[in-house]
Design a protein. Structure first.
Ligand code: FES
Ligand code: FES
Lengths: 718, 180
């Protein structure tokens, strides 16, 4: 099957292929700022050592049999980045898409994500940061292949062109495949000037393309971290303290060790590991362990103590994130003063694949097989534990059964490396679902306090917003003035034209680990902001859409998505009997999105039914309408699939808002998108019925996303 | 005492603790990792296999209880991805991360074996125990309808019988590349 042969390579085999040996051509491209940092221990310098000036490496490999292997340096966790990145490189390479294979790249500086200064996937950066390097890598490879063919024929490169995996020389009608010139191309210097295609000429980017990983995901062949197997491997689970910040006081392993198949019991930094000849026996062994925990400083913490802490912090002024006008003085002159408090709980990521990692530690090297979003950190974690140089740590990235930011952490890597080191064998550590839910780096709980002033006509004149919550960034270094901008993101950028605005932040550490969770601060702050503006609409007797429109007069991109969603949803026309509509508009990660959602309320069950979702998205994705639309498709799928029978989406392609001739094409695609959307809505109506999916009881407590305060509900629907 | 059963059409002799769940026997002892671990408590459906044609959660099925029975896993559904459910899954690009999909496919295949033309409500009912964290439920429903048509091309689907669209345009749309 096309491209389904994703496999893992260790760096050694990668280097072998990189040495321009008999296997073919390895072409890559350096981000200029990485050139120096990379020189010391890179693929490239290793290649250089094998002779000559080698300016090739990292992303593209062309074999003699015309197979093109594209190294995917971002983690595939369901977002289709494997296919997307391959498309970017393949388009510039002008190769035959049917000949494309992919492999996950090893950990190496050349693959650093410039947004992180590390190799990692997250924060919606994968396509954005790969776009240019991959296009250049593909284009450079194509130029080298073309020059090699021209050399072979003794003709001018300018007379040749590349097409579908072959070089053609029109004047003589000659044709040669990429594979047959790949070795010669390896000797061509990497071009300094790499002109890129006009987006008009894209053959693959922006075209409907099947995912390369689907075939292996329908027969169980795709290898996730949890599926890794090594010779002589043992299986482990870890007993962890049920209280965050606690540690092992003492433990008695005699009963566990008495279970046939249990091989070792070892204390590691995260708790007590039970190692056995299969995962189930390890779990049985863990059940038989008798551990006394020192519960540490959080022994007495409860949801109530945390809530009190947040409320207490929110009663004091914090670090000012934004101040416009003179809110403190103006609030005294407001005709009406409105206050509200919103609270959201900690949320687990609950990736479908529980955390896991396999490690093989020897005196010379350490191999780590991990479903990781953060290869550099995985490598560093293993190097720190083993004392090996990072260059001796080989990270093999597998498919990820979901990521959502959870796999940016490396705690599960540390588990496996420590246990393998202790056991002297390859070990796979598997977390149970309970481990996974109980020992996460959660989306933070947060407490948002709002005070607003309205004038006599009901228009807002003052907006004051204080956030109290733990800090994610505080984990990585001391915070300046106890301020974490991520905690207030979205809130500090409140787009509404209100003359007096104050947004401040109070750090409130609760002793619960927090981390990056989809959209990070925006996950809760968008909810806060849009709920409160609804409250103001209700208090000021304004239509929530009209109020937003009025206040978004200086925010054209917000306004545009809002108006589009409202129009498509028929805002202003009465909803069907018993149904209510609510709307919200938020910008996050350079995207602008508005939703109109139609619900009904089942008062007896105290539950909501979602009947219809209309979404308008203006994405600043560099791709064309197709890719934007795919992105929305995924968003809606996430939101709507649980309960909603109908959804509509309209996408705004790249930079529609900027003037220029290129955009007339975008606008046309936009219209096409819109037409397709309505058709899709009809299909969705026909094909879907409400199918409520909920995590069963065990998880429901933690996965409750954003509880709607009754007041918000009342004001948010119409 | 070894336990004997049929696994993907071949005889299998088992010499492990009789209370070991079938899931871990498959994954760790045999190295058949297509069947996934999601919760170990029959709550998520990732570990679904067929036992005598029934969709069963292998994480709570002691290996001893399958003695003398026919067990089919995702690896044995077809040799070459040719089972109608797999074909429909490929056609509609159903999986995202893919982790839940072995279980989804096994549940869907068991449903269609019993009920060749399930309605949406019947699909929802049969698939209720299979969680997808990526939220592929829409495409799963469409793919099951599609698989029903692939399996019984002569017969009309439940939707068609009910007077609905015979060919799902959304299926075509997804087959052309998903969200484009
Ligand atoms: S692992 Fe068996 S149902 Fe979740
Ligand atoms: S495809 Fe990711 S959990 Fe279902």
């Amino acid at each position: 099957m096309n491209g389904c042969e994703s496999q893992h390579i260790n760096r050694r085999s990668f280097l072998k292929r990189g040495t321009l040996g008999a296997t073919g051509l390895l072409i890559g491209f350096y981000l200029p700022e990485l050139r120096q940092a990379h020189a010391a221990d890179s693929v490239r310098s290793n290649s250089a050592a094998s002779g000559g000036r080698v300016t090739l490496n990292a992303w593209i490999h062309v074999s003699a049999d015309d197979t093109v292997t594209i190294f995917i340096d971002k983690s595939e966790m369901g977002q289709s980045v494997l296919t997307g990145l391959a498309m970017i490189a393949a388009d510039e390479l002008e190769c035959d898409w049917q000949k494309v294979r992919t492999e996950f790249a090893p950990a190496d500086k050349v693959y650093f994500n410039p947004q992180f200064g590390a190799q990692g996937t997250g924060a919606s950066t994968a396509t954005r940061t790969s776009w240019e390097p991959l296009r250049k890598a593909g284009a450079a490879a194509r130029m080298m292949l073309l020059r090699a063919a021209a050399q072979k024929w003794g003709v001018e490169p300018s007379e040749c062109r590349a097409e579908k995996g072959a070089i053609l020389h029109a004047p003589t009608g000659r044709r040669t495949s990429y594979g047959s010139v790949s070795q010669a191309a390896g000797k061509i210097p990497v071009p300094q000037e790499i002109p890129l295609k006009d987006p008009r000429d894209f053959r693959i980017i922006g075209k409907p393309t099947r995912r390369l990983d689907t075939p292996d995901k329908v027969n169980g062949r795709a290898e996730f971290g949890i599926d890794v197997r090594r010779e002589n491997m043992l299986y482990a689970v870890v007993a962890r303290c049920p209280v965050f910040g606690g540690k092992v006081a003492s433990f008695d392993a005699s009963k566990a060790k008495a279970i046939p198949g249990v091989k070792h019991v070892a204390q590691i930094s995260s708790g007590v590991a039970v190692v056995a000849d299969n995962s189930w026996t390890a779990m049985e062994g863990r059940r038989a362990l008798d551990v006394k925990w020192d519960e540490g400083p959080n022994a007495a913490a409860t949801s109530e103590t945390i809530r009190k802490l947040f409320a207490e912090r929110a009663s004091r002024p914090g670090h000012i994130a934004r101040k416009d006008g003179d809110p403190e003085a103006q609030i005294e002159h407001a005709a009406r003063k409105i206050e509200a408090v919103y609270e959201v709980p900690f949320l687990a990521h609950a990736t479908m694949e529980p955390q896991n990692c396999t490690a093989d530690v020897t005196a010379q090297r350490c191999d780590v097989w991990a479903p990781t979003q953060n290869q550099t950190n995985a490598q560093k974690t293993a190097a720190d534990i083993t004392g090996l140089d990072p260059s001796k740590v080989f990270v093999h990235t597998t498919f990820l059964g979901g990521g959502f930011g959870r796999r940016f952490e490396s705690d599960y890597v540390a588990d496996a490396v420590e246990v393998s080191k202790a056991a002297g064998k390859p070990v796979k550590v598997t977390w149970s679902r309970e481990d996974d839910i109980q020992h996460d780096f959660y989306r933070t709980a947060s407490y948002a306090k709002f005070t607003a002033g309205l004038d006599a006509d009901g228009w807002p004149t003052v907006w004051m917003n204080r956030i109290a919550c733990p800090s994610i960034m505080g984990r990585f270094g001391p915070l300046k003035d106890n301020f974490d901008a991520r905690s207030v993101e979205i809130c500090d950028a409140v787009p509404y034209a209100i003359p007096n605005i104050l947004v401040d932040y109070q750090l409130a550490e609760a002793g619960i680990p927090v981390g990056f969770w989809r959209s990070v601060g925006a996950s809760q702050n968008g909810f806060f902001l849009e709920s409160f503006i609804d409250e103001l609409a209700a208090e000021g007797n304004k239509d929530p859409y009209e109020l937003r429109r009025h206040l978004l007069r200086n925010a054209p991109r917000h306004l545009r998505v809002l108006e589009t969603a409202a129009e498509k949803a028929g805002w202003g026309t009465p909803p069907p009997a018993g149904r209510f509509r609510g709307l919200a508009v938020v910008s996050s990660y350079f995207g602008y999105v508005a939703h109109v959602i139609e619900i009904s309320v089942d008062r007896s069950k105290r539950s909501l039914n979602v009947h219809r979702v209309v979404c308008a998205l203006d994405s600043r994705s560099p791709s064309t309408a197709g890719a934007c639309s795919r992105a929305i498709f995924m968003i809606i799928r996430c939101c709507a699939s649980r309960t909603c029978p109908s959804w509509t989406c309209t996408s705004f392609p790249a930079n529609w808002h900027q003037p220029g001739p290129a955009n007339s094409r975008c606008r046309r695609s936009l219209r096409r998108c819109a037409t397709r959307s309505s058709r899709r809505r009809a299909d969705a109506f026909a094909a879907c019925r409400s199918g409520q999916k909920t995590w069963p009881d065990l998880f429901s407590r933690l996965r409750q996303a954003m509880p709607l305060a009754p007041k918000t509900l009342r004001n948010g629907v119409r | 005492m070894p336990i004997e059963f049929t696994l993907n059409g071949k005889p299998q002799r088992v010499n492990v603790a009789p209370n070991m769940p079938l899931l871990w026997f498959l994954r760790d002892t045999l190295g058949m990792t297509g069947t996934k671990f999601g919760c170990g408590m029959a709550l998520c459906g990732a570990c679904t296999v067929h036992i005598n044609g029934e969709a069963v959660r292998s994480c709570v099925t002691p290996v001893s209880s399958v003695a003398g029975k026919q067990v089919v896993t995702i690896e044995g559904l077809s040799e070459d991805r040719s089972h109608p459910v797999q074909r429909a899954w490929i056609e509609l690009d159903v999986p995202q991360c893919g982790y839940c999909q072995s279980g989804q496919i096994m549940s869907a295949a068991a449903l269609l074996a019993k009920n060749p033309h399930p309605s949406d409500a019947e699909i929802d009912d049969a698939m209720r125990g299979n969680i997808c964290r990526c939220g592929t439920y829409h495409r799963i429903r469409l793919a099951i309808q599609r698989a029903a048509r692939l399996k019984y091309p002569q017969a009309k689907s439940a939707k068609a019988r009910a007077g609905g669209a015979e060919l799902l345009p959304t299926a075509q749309f997804a087959a052309q590349g998903g969200g484009k």
